[in-house]
Design a protein around this ligand. Structure first.
Ligand SMILES: Cc1ncc(COP(=O)(O)O)c(C=O)c1O
Length: 338
């Protein structure tokens, strides 16, 4: 296996447009809440989820029995893969997509089949995926919207996949849901093979906390729980989440700002004659051409971080959007070196 080592070093103080995080940080209310709640005993005891689980279930409008708290989406993917994929079991993945799907499938010894997003537009390849599903398919892992393309599948397409892949666990990873508004959560009653994940790492600005949620039919959740460490979500993350879902205004304001910034970014790129893939998430895949890596490096010299993706989509760099002010700064720096 190739190791997965994202470039997370020395990012403090720079303009972080490289990991699709919240670029201004979490709600200050979360920090205040943690400060108030933190005392030596709190750190001495194993985490207690009895308050956070019902609070999150209520927030997401699901029955608590249909919710698994996870150490980020990454652990949701890991637990799902470990539960439903035996050695040699067939996993259907899309390419390019979030690297950890392949990572955990490889660790599990699964047999991986990959389909490409449509060439040129990088749209979701619905018909191709439907045709690729067989009775042997045990897992289908989809990011919606997808990272790094920013493109999304419509709910009607997801339903077709769920109907076709009846013998497979179908994960719809909604890490960027808030920027897009499409969710499969409402389909949980209808499809026992559906798994939906959400994260507190993106719009909530809590990536360091490592907290995710995996939703599915209660029977599936009971099985997944068997394959999970009982304390994988740390106590501070469980605490922080309770305040995070109380401050909905913070998230709503951030989404409004990020969507305006995304528009500004696209208009700015068009003015510079630079191509991009229209996005439904808080990032845009930009066609920088042969100079992609050089532009990434020159931006870094100006303390602006973006993510090179040219190793998987030639000429492409992924740029996170946060505020309009940050986007203006990015465009200014880009114009200088373009
Ligand atoms: C599609 C997708 N899913 C999940 C994650 C990671 O989420 P978490 O921090 O909750 O593990 C990312 C992060 O980049 C992502 O792009």
């Amino acid at each position: 296996m190739a190791p997965y080592s994202p470039p997370t070093g020395q990012r403090a103080g720079k303009l972080r447009l490289d990991f699709n995080e919240n670029t201004v940080g979490c709600s200050p209310r979360i920090v205040e809440f943690l400060k108030r709640q933190l005392d030596p005993e709190r750190l001495a005891v194993y985490p207690d989820y009895s308050e956070v689980r019902p609070a999150l279930a209520e927030f997401f409008h699901v029955d608590p029995a249909r919710l698994l708290l996870t150490n980020g989406t990454d652990e949701a993917i890991q637990v799902l893969v470990n539960t439903y994929l035996d050695d040699g079991g067939e996993a259907l993945l899309l390419r390019p997509s979030y690297a950890m799907y392949r990572f955990y499938c490889e660790v599990a010894g699964a047999s991986i089949r990959e389909l490409d997003y449509r060439s040129g537009t990088l749209e979701f390849p619905l018909e191709e995926l439907l045709a690729a599903i067989t009775p042997e398919t045990r897992a289908v892992l989809i990011a919606n919207p997808n990272n790094p393309t920013g493109t999304a599948a419509p709910l009607s397409g997801i339903e077709k996949i769920l109907k076709r892949a009846r013998r497979a666990a179908v994960l719809i990873d909604e890490a960027y849901y808030e920027f897009c508004g499409i969710t499969a959560l409402g389909l949980l009653d209808l499809y026992p093979n559906l798994f939906v994940s959400r994260t507190f790492s993106k719009v909530y600005g809590m990536a360091a906390m490592r907290l995710g949620c995996l939703f599915s039919h209660e029977g599936n959740i009971a099985i997944l729980r068997k394959a999970q460490s009982p304390y994988s979500v740390n106590g501070l993350a469980a605490l922080a989440a309770q305040e995070a879902v109380r401050d909905t205004a913070y998230v709503e304001n951030y989404v409004t700002e990020a969507l305006a910034a995304r528009e500004l970014l696209c208009v700015g790129l068009e003015k510079l004659g630079i191509g991009y893939i229209p996005s439904q998430a808080n990032f845009v895949l930009v066609r920088m051409g042969k100079r992609a890596v050089e532009i990434r490096d020159r931006l870094r010299e100006q303390r602006v971080l973006v993510r090179d993706r040219s190793y998987e989509i030639p000429g492409c760099v992924r740029v996170t959007v946060g505020t309009r002010e940050q986007t203006r700064r990015f465009l200014q720096e880009l114009e200088e070196i373009w």
